[in-house]
Ligand binder design. Structure first.
Ligand code: SAH
Ligand code: SF4
Length: 423
């Protein structure tokens, strides 16, 4: 979602006549788009601000955007006086005028949360540099998991309008995009009315986007188990452009911990959803998120997490040590878990998840499949694309270019990527 926001901010500044540079020393303006989800991510912004100071003591105009800006607001300018602009994730359509304020030597701070307004104001999507794009369809969260800052930094759950999403998708496809990933903090909670006034869920939206000529692949992320409707599960079996990949975080395999997290699903109900999804789309890649060391997590609770991983069998997953976030209920819960215990649990969990990822990759060996070429590889002539299951596949790309959809046979499989031979 931050990548998407960063692109939209960049496109907006482009439209103002600014030009992007990859060298911070050349920049008149640097926008740091920040994440507040874990402490480590949030602290990074302060070291990055320090690094922007130049040898002559000057610094560019610095804007801090994103969820750290939202959560810490004016506090940022006290800790880092060189910051000129602080803009939250719901207010970044005002960035150009805030930069004008900064150019007059005044500080500009805006952490308002006007519902839905930024999307109506942002310029339409220009030609894209890549064949894949993100498209935010839903923002915010009403679920209030007890460890999580998102409901506070991104605000209440809102769904963008059907027509606006379809228009943006068409603009992206006109600009050369072949694969769109629909984004939301709880993307499968998306709901709205279609152009005939009928209530629709994410599955209806996906079926509509599937009709866009030239849009070959649709993905969506990230989903909450409680919003995994039968309609969406069915779509996985019926919509060909919907890729066989589902990111469905569970966080923990222990029911008492899930309850303390306020996840409102159980280990069993989660596994039951996976079973239905796999029935609808055999071979679908399942990925997830895990938190180890949530307050009160006993050895037994952690073993339940290892057990759910064994049962779920992931193609890849993200796992984190619990990070107490200011203002969330879990931060003040008793029985915070010592760092060494978290470290040990994370290592064991990641070893298991890595093994599953390697096994999943190995199982694609010998398969014939299509990949969408996304970027150059490290070796001369090499191109890298993504399989339907979101694996990176390296090929010898002579006679092909980025953006091509090609058929390959998978000829080798490592833990992190595959190699393919063109058919
Ligand atoms: N809405 C999504 C997740 C958004 S946050 C969902 O509910 O699945 C992305 C991931 O960050 C979460 O799935 C969780 O695993 C992790 N996360 C969130 N808050 C965290 C915290 N305080 N400490 C560690 N990991 C956290
Ligand atoms: Fe955070 Fe996701 Fe829970 Fe919402 S559902 S509070 S975004 S972890």
């Amino acid at each position: 979602m931050n990548v998407y926001d960063g692109e939209r901010m960049g496109e907006m500044l482009d439209a103002e006549g600014m030009v992007a540079t990859s060298n911070p020393d050349d920049a008149d303006v640097v926008v740091l788009n920040t994440c507040h989800i874990r402490e480590k991510a949030a602290e990074k912004v302060y070291s990055d601000i320090g690094r922007l100071r130049r040898s002559d003591g000057s610094s560019p105009t610095i804007a801090v955007a994103g969820c750290v800006a939202q959560a810490e607001g004016a506090e940022i300018t006290r800790r880092a006086p060189s910051v000129d602009v602080v803009v939250g994730p719901q207010a970044y359509h005002r960035l150009p005028s805030m930069l004008e304020t900064a150019a007059k030597g005044e500080r500009a701070i805006d952490t308002d949360m006007p519902p839905n307004s930024k999307f109506g104001v942002l310029p339409s999507r220009p030609k894209q540099p890549r064949p894949t794009a993100f498209l935010t369809v839903q923002e915010g969260c009403d679920k209030f998991c007890t460890y999580c800052v998102v409901p506070y930094t991104r605000g209440a759950e809102i769904s963008r309008k059907w027509g606006a999403i379809v228009d943006e998708a068409k603009a992206l496809v006109d600009g050369g995009v072949k694969e769109i990933t629909l984004l939301g903090q709880n993307v499968n909670a998306w709901m709205g009315e279609d152009d005939k006034g009928r209530e629709q869920g994410l599955d209806g939206l996906i079926r509509e986007l599937d009709k866009i000529a030239g849009l070959e692949r649709i993905r969506y992320t990230t989903s909450h188990p409680n919003d995994m409707t039968q309609g969406l599960i069915d779509a996985h079996g019926e919509v060909e452009s919907l890729m066989p990949y589902l990111h469905l975080p569970v966080q923990s395999g222990s029911n008492p911990i899930l309850q303390a997290m306020n996840r409102s699903h159980s280990a069993e109900s989660y596994l039951a959803i996976l079973e239905k999804v796999r029935d609808a789309r055999p071979g679908i890649a399942i990925s997830g998120d895990f938190i180890v060391g949530f307050p009160g997590e006993s050895d037994e609770d952690f073993e339940a997490t290892m057990a759910i991983v064994e049962a779920a069998n992931y193609s890849q997953a993200f796992s984190f040590k619990y990070s107490p976030r200011p203002g969330t209920p879990a931060a003040t819960m008793e029985q915070q878990i010592p760092r060494e215990v978290m470290d040990e649990r994370l290592q064991r969990l990641q070893a298991l998840l890595n093994r599953q990822q390697s096994d999943f990759n190995a199982a694609t060996l010998g398969k014939r499949t299509q990949i969408l070429l996304e970027r150059k590889g490290k070796k001369p002539g090499q191109l890298v694309g993504k399989s339907p299951w979101l694996q990176s596949v390296h090929i010898d790309g002579a006679n092909h270019e980025i953006g091509d959809m090609v058929t390959v046979d998978i000829i080798s499989a490592g833990p992190n990527s595959l190699s393919g031979a063109l058919v």
